[in-house]
Design a protein around this ligand. Sequence first.
Ligand code: GCU
Length: 599
Amino acid sequence: MRLLLTVLLSLCAFQYALAQDPVFMTNVYGRTFESLNGKWNVLVDCYDIGERRHFEKNAKAVGDEDFVEYSFDGAMRLNVPGDWNSQSPELKYYEGVMWYGRNFNVRKSERQRKFLYFCGVSYRCKVFLNGKFVGEHEGSFTPFQFEVTDLLKDGDNFLCLKVSNVRTKDAIPAMNFDWWNYGGITRDVLLVTTPETYVNEYFVRLDDGNPHKIRVTLGLSGKVERSVKVEIPELELSAEVTTDTNGQAELVMASDKIELWSPGNPKLYRTVISSGDDTVSEDIGFRTLSVDGTRILLNGKPCFMKSISFHEEIPQRMGRAFSESDARMLLGEAAALGANMVRLAHYPQNEYIVRLAERMGIILWEEIPLWQGIDFSNEDTRRKAVAMYREMLFRDRNRCAVCFWGLANETRPSAARNAFLENVLQIARAMDDTRLYVIADDVAKWNDGKGLFEMDDPLTDKVDVVAVNRYMGWYAPWPKAPAECRWNVAAGKPLIISEFGGEALYGVHGEGHRASSWSEDYQANLMRDNIEMFKNIDNLAGISPWILFDFRSPYRLSPGNQDGWNRKGLLSDQGLRKKAWYVIRDFYDGCGYGPDLTD
Ligand code: GCU
């Protein structure tokens, strides 16, 4: 029965992957757009009455008989992009509905199309324009767009969103997660202008891992046969292709001059794609990626993942990160640590972070927030997971820095969870088979008789790389001296220790051997102990201490030590480096694990 279920899910998976239209245009920042960021007026709708009262109509009491009991005019103002929790003390813990409204002017012209493109709204929203429902979206961390060509008025328009961050059992993430439940229009809002027919989507990458061939898969916005040109001037490459009756086309270009992207040489090429009166361009890198036994090869050479994680949060501002300067702060500290990879915890982070990491030569692991307690037996939840995965892949598949798609984090093996994740994995691979798929598990168990860690999860046979989160010395005692802890997990495959560490309050010193000391010394000793253990893991292909910065979490209630912060950061919530930061920096500087890529 289970086999039949898996086969059926796989079939519909494959069909789903091929049949779907692209979810939004590729490379929105490379297009013609007007930013709708700024101060928006908001109504805090604690009782969710706004739809019944039609707040989207933005009604005004004009006649004597008119009675309107709400108004965006004169209401509270919030910055967009930005979470609401960090913009007002009263909203710090707010979990509910918020109505956003703003006016904007448009000059419409013939043969142009207009789209509202939202880079991220947390967690679900309904969009209204000039009082009319335009569409809705669920999921905080991936973009979505709606065409509004016919809804827009020439002149003044009123854009209104109903946003809710209320947690629900069927959501992703679900009821509990170890980060702040930020709500709001947390990323850029753009009004995009395109010609009637435009280059809607494209995927540019090496052809089946061949370092001398580039494959471009592209699609126009309409089912039209039209010539499309692809140029990479620095490689003196230019090719034209005519789309089929579905507006789709594919081409391959050869060059023996391609300089491969790597952490040591983050080479990117200006790539221009044009058709008719539409041109879109961006910088794209090329690299090969594969697994050879227990090693991860980048451009054919072993590359040990010296990783770190961070949440999409600026701790000093106590809010979600959303800008280019925020990206520079987070990635700057990752680079200073000596990391060559960032595991973007636990969700697709904003494009500024992804694109800057690529320019800096930092490998990325991206995942959707299938975090611990997910309703795996719910078909709606599975559809949401597939939609979120599709949106993440469509947004970032041209980013060569993204080498890993993460499947899930700390989900317990079960028939429902295994079938659910296998289905998501099948669909993802059908969309993008150029990257490595990894799962982060926390079900490794110590076998005292054998003196080693083992793990039993059928998904480890399906992914390319296996990762384990393990907090010895914090959530579990060391079963033996660290140097004596051996591992037999995912033998024959690359293994990444994707989370380890413990908490320390910056400035607390001493008692380096007592977990409840909350001291920097204890945390630093934890890092040293883990490094000791790593030497015994034959198939170790990377490590990623948890986590770069202290971050906000409703889980963390130890007064005086946590006060709503998870203190596992190597840096404090003020951006100050703890002793553990230096332990990891020295290890990354001098670790002899496999040659790092320097050329
Ligand atoms: C888990 C989880 C993290 C969490 C961490 C912790 O492994 O993946 O999201 O923050 O442990 O407990 O600090």
